[in-house]
Design a protein around this ligand. Structure first.
Ligand SMILES: [Zn+2]
Length: 426
């Protein structure tokens, strides 16, 4: 009994179909796991009782696509379209990156994500041992992969072997060929084989821009990026495809048939003018869709609330239908479905007994959240990063009163500021 923490009195959104919403509920945390959830008051003898009154308690938000260390390049190349942004701004600066840079960039990004209520994220970058070290120290959950533009498969596979299940199980790994347009077909096939051999999922960019899809069809006899990736075997096992903005009905059917999850990145897709992903068509086609931020160089800020709001707005504008993609569905994408998309569906993404205690407590007393007759809608359309009060991952309190406890934020900010100045000095 002594090890139990009780979060009591919050409006609990379990995101679990069997448990639903519990106003004024209690969640008991026993070590790294959720011991119970229900309407009863906290038991006598709980070592710690957190007063959740006036707050919403929900599963930690899951960020399904990131390049966290790009916090170092935040704001760089603003207002350029994707290809020019990559070629003129991002790739030259990335040439100068060191492992220590990536460590500090990732650490700052983890602190930023935690403070805004994100407990797990999928990352694709390089110097991944250093990124993993930062994730381990931050206390977050990370699904990490070495992004590959046609090389470094051995390094990526070694990273998976070293880190799969690392940081007390909080780090898992993926094999990540960057995209069809950066990897030749034989390499994509080798990457698919490596993922199968390692038993880890694939993380890849697909159909982000119309230009990418047109060039792919030209190169590959009319085949779309989704089709090429599937033909190379990348979708033979669990896989996560980022963006899927320009997918047609055939692509959607293929993604659904192969069980490929999609990471929807609305802010990045807007900023780079990539387009509006057909989220409703993906969902009705049976595709699992999670929400991601993409890297902080194309998204600028890693808070998920803005992504959720924009996901709703874009779906409504795209469909010309205010009923499109309801708020409750968006919250499911941000928690339960996002966890599933990262292969973590049995571990987190819902508040239910036996799952990992990845939780976020959100204050509801801000003027912008008063009143909130429909709580999921209130959270999706009104909540801000600063409304997050407390965050737990594996039962460990990482944010309290809006303050990140696991990262020295001042030091991380100073390191990233100095390192960014060096990287951007062309
Ligand atoms: Zn990306």
């Amino acid at each position: 009994m002594a090890a139990l923490t009780a979060i009591a009195g919050a409006h609990v959104l379990t995101m679990d179909p069997a448990l639903g919403e519990i106003p004024g509920g209690t969640v008991l945390i026993d070590g790294p796991t959720i011991a119970s959830v229900g309407p009863e008051p906290p038991p006598q003898g709980a070592a710690r009782v957190v007063d959740g009154r006036g707050c919403a308690l929900l599963p930690g938000l899951v960020n399904c696509h990131n390049h966290a260390a790009m916090a170092l390049l935040r704001g760089h190349g603003a207002d350029l379209p994707l290809m020019r942004w990559l070629q003129e701004a991002i790739w030259p600066a990335e040439e100068r990156l060191t492992g220590e840079d990536v460590y500090w960039g990732t650490l700052l990004a983890c602190a930023e994500m935690l403070r805004a209520g994100t407990t797990a994220f999928a990352d694709m970058y390089f110097w991944m041992d250093d990124a993993a070290r930062a994730v381990a120290e931050s206390g977050m959950r990370g699904v990490l992969s070495r992004g590959m533009a046609g090389r470094s498969l051995e390094e990526a596979a070694d990273f998976c072997r070293r880190w799969q299940g690392g940081a007390e199980g909080r780090v898992t790994t993926m094999i990540a060929p960057h995209a069809e347009y950066t990897c030749p077909e034989p390499f994509l096939r080798e990457a698919a084989a490596a993922a199968r051999e390692l038993g880890v999922p694939v993380h890849v960019h697909a159909s982000e821009t119309a230009g990418e899809v047109a060039a792919c069809r030209e190169r590959h006899g009319g085949r779309s990026p989704v089709r090429v990736l599937a033909d190379c075997g990348l979708f033979d096992g669990p896989a996560l495809a980022a963006h899927c903005v320009h997918v047609d009905a055939g692509d959607i059917a293929l993604l659904a048939e192969r069980g490929v999850a999609v990471a929807h990145n609305p802010v990045s897709n807007c900023k780079l003018a990539s387009g509006v992903a057909p989220v409703e068509a993906l969902l009705s086609g049976g595709v699992t869709v999670g929400v991601g931020t993409d890297g902080p160089a194309s998204t600028d800020a890693l808070g998920m609330w803005e992504e959720l709001r924009l996901a709703g707005w874009l779906a409504k504008v795209r469909g010309g239908d205010a009923a499109a993609l309801p708020a409750r569905r968006i919250l499911e994408m941000a928690t339960r479905d996002g966890a599933r998309a990262l292969g973590l569906g049995e571990a987190c993404g819902r508040i239910a007994p036996g799952l990992r205690a990845d939780l976020v407590l959100v204050r509801l007393d801000g003027p912008h959240l008063t009143p909130h007759p429909d709580l999921p809608a209130g959270l999706v359309y009104s909540a801000r990063d600063a409304d997050v009060d407390s965050v737990w991952v594996d039962g460990r309190l990482l944010v309290r009163g809006g303050e990140v406890l696991s990262v020295d934020l001042q030091r991380a900010r100073a390191e990233v500021t100095a390192r960014a100045a060096r990287l951007l000095r062309a």
